[in-house]
Design a protein around this ligand. Sequence first.
Ligand code: ZN
Length: 231
Amino acid sequence: MSDPTDPIDPTDPIDLLRQQVSDLHQELVRYDLVVWTAGNVSARVPGEDLMVIKPSGVPYDELSPESMILCDLDGNVVEGDYAPSSDTAAHAYVYRHMPEVGGVVHTHSTYACAWAARGEAVPCVLTAMADEFGAEIPVGPFALIGDDSIGRGIVETLRGHRSPAVLMKSHGVFTIGKDARAAVKAAVMCEDVARTVHVSRQLGEPLPIAQADIDRLNLRYQNVYGQQPAR
Ligand SMILES: [Zn+2]
């Protein structure tokens, strides 16, 4: 197993994941989803009961692959020089209860939080939203940090829901994905549609999209869109 003080070993899958998770944190900065040290990305180590997550309270421009923390899925540190993110228990709970999830992201991005502060789901009124979310972006329960209640709220809201994003009431966004990159994409798209639907609301009531059309758009985007592997 790698020593976090050693340089990244490109043949070590955990080192590669440290690099990926460190790089993905810069995407949160690039897309303006975080301020100060808020927000975090984690990735499940494939095939192991382990995850890589951001250290707590370290500024974004000081994050590095070496500073990422390796934890077990109870949130205990396995390797790392810092304490893990204060949201580690929530990430760990999601990985324990949703085996299909390979990445989790948390942000307090502005527009999504404005919906969360009202406890209001973002309605599915744009085709891009039908593509990525396939439904409204739902609201999860109000939950305080410190035990499993945030993780439980995420899992209870997203299990069986098409949306990879949940607005935790009066708090912020959690997103899930097959890997950490997909979860970051969902966080970026969540803020984008929360902003656009908010702006639309200033001018009137956005028009609903028929459920059958949402279903069709989502099916196509999730299965056909993008570059298909060469035959
Ligand atoms: Zn938070």
